[in-house]
Ligand binder design. Structure first.
Ligand code: SF4
Length: 488
């Protein structure tokens, strides 16, 4: 349980937290906020107002670490002037650097890895009294306490309170030669299934409609409690919770328990038809150098099986360009893989060496930066042209869209000619029983949401639809966005 350490109200107790990196970090930030608010800390969106500034950091690429160092540097002067300002660096970079973080950046008061976040609140209050810098270390009791933190947390997804992440696996044991995660988040460990189910139930009872089950290799979930449980078992156990509308999971690894999972996706109406399974490369030789435990054909076979079992499944992937020794021919094999699979989208990264990894010790980072950039650009162009072409098939189709909020970048050319009064009618007519009735004469804005296949969809409608699932008919499609109208 979180310690009952209620703190007195003061400006120094306003917390600003900024998150970099993956969904795992986003979830950790939610857990930290849940813990701190329970202790009496208040949240602020303005770092200048805050008495406690927390950066939740990412180590996956050098660029991500450079960004953090620059942010910390910007706080140096203020930290000197404002004696009661607490600066905490948490997450993978904190774990990786440990005491070095404070040696090189003396303004950092607390260094806390992902395995110690359940003690962060306690350490902040201690530091506010003693002003003695702290580098937190893993202890044997941490795993149990971390489990309690996950299980007892509130949903802190401020932007989309109707969606929540639930962790199913901590860490990773795959040791891909380019990746720092096993060194920062520890070895793979599956959480007890009952805890996952209970946590999900609580979140759904609190109004969450979409659950994303999280793990670095989420499909490797394997928990033995009398009998062995897989991710599919988790999906079956949570599926019938009243109020839950969608189940997602990220990120999948190309080996491990796919058959059960694809059967669950095919059987369970709430399971989203979306698979994020990083291929990382299209060449067998590079996959071997990367220490990925599959070859290209095995990857393609798994995708084909998903496509046969789960109709209309959308496939996304990560690709690294410029990995150690990547020849032009090997790079062409990745292009070829994109043409063969026709991914919905691809997160493309230029390789950068990460400390402690096998590649750092054994494989020279020998691809010049300009070559990495060129390959990145070529792959992105190819991915875009494939998605642009494939997305045209959606025009005229109607999808369930979970409305996330106002569109951040308004797409002005998608405002339909439909008169606003008629739009209100459409909303009223098409509203599913679970939807809120839009307020009469409510302003129509541009909204954004996602289909079950994770396609970003933009359309016009009233704000009151945020958090609801609505029918949207697609009128236009680009490589990354579908544009539509509320369906009558
Ligand atoms: S599977 Fe490989 S890339 Fe993914 S987190 Fe584990 S070590 Fe890193």
């Amino acid at each position: 349980m979180i310690k009952d350490t209620k703190i007195p109200k003061a400006d120094s107790n306003k917390v600003y937290l900024e998150t970099m990196g993956c969904q795992m970090n986003k979830l950790d930030s939610e857990l930290v906020l849940s813990q701190l608010t329970e202790m009496g800390y208040e949240l602020t969106d303005n770092p200048d107002d805050a008495g406690v500034v927390i950066y939740n950091t990412c180590s996956v690429r050098q660029h991500a670490e450079d960004k953090v160092i620059s942010k910390i540097g910007n706080l140096k002067k203020r930290h000197k002037e404002k004696k009661d300002l607490t600066l905490a660096v948490i997450g993978c970079m904190a774990q990786r650097q440990g005491p070095k973080m404070q040696e090189e950046n003396p303004q950092v008061d607390i260094v806390c890895g992902p395995g110690q976040i359940h003690r962060l609140g306690e350490e902040i209050t201690k530091l506010q009294k003693t002003h003695a810098p702290i580098v937190m270390r893993n202890s044997k009791a941490d795993m149990e306490k971390l489990e309690e933190l996950d299980a007892t947390r509130k949903n802190f997804n401020k932007e989309a309170p109707f969606s929540a992440y639930v962790r199913v696996i901590r860490g990773c044991s795959k040791f891909c030669h380019f990746c720092v995660v096993p060194f920062t988040r520890g070895l793979e460990s599956s959480r007890p299934i009952d805890n996952i189910v209970e946590e999900t139930k609580k979140l759904v009872d609190g109004g969450v409609k979409e659950i994303t089950l999280l793990g670095q290799t989420v499909n490797s979930y394997h928990y033995v409690n009398g009998k062995a449980h897989t991710l599919a078992d988790v999906m079956y156990r949570i599926h019938d919770f009243t109020g839950l509308e969608r189940i997602r999971f990220v990120t999948s690894y190309p080996t491990d328990f796919h058959d059960e999972i694809m059967q669950a996706m095919a059987t369970l109406p709430k399971a989203c038809e979306y698979l994020h399974m990083p291929a990382q490369h299209g060449s067998d030789a590079v996959l071997k150098r990367m220490n990925r435990h599959y070859d290209r054909q095995q990857y393609v076979d798994v995708i084909n099986k998903y496509r046969e079992t789960v109709p209309n499944i959308a496939i996304a992937s990560d690709i690294i360009v410029g990995f150690c020794g990547e020849t032009e021919e090997e790079f062409e094999e990745t292009k070829d893989l994109l043409r063969e699979i026709r991914f919905k989208n691809n997160y493309i990264f230029q390789y950068s060496t990460r400390p402690k990894t096998h590649a750092e010790k054994e494989l020279p980072d020998d691809i010049p930066l300009e070559v990495k950039k060129r390959r990145n650009h070529e792959l992105l162009a190819l991915q875009n042209s494939i998605a642009q072409e494939d997305n045209q098939k959606f025009i005229g189709q109607t999808f369930d869209v979970l409305v996330e909020g106002p569109s951040k970048k308004p797409h002005l050319n998608t405002i339909p000619d439909t008169p606003i009064s008629q739009l209100h009618n459409i909303v009223n007519v098409s509203a599913k029983p679970k939807q809120a009735e839009p307020v009469a004469n409510e302003e129509i804005i541009q909204l954004v949401g996602r289909t079950k296949g994770d396609y970003i969809t933009v359309f016009n409608g009233p704000k009151s639809l945020i958090g609801q699932i609505v029918d949207v008919q697609i009128k236009k499609a680009s490589a990354v966005t579908l544009f539509g109208e509320l369906d009558s």
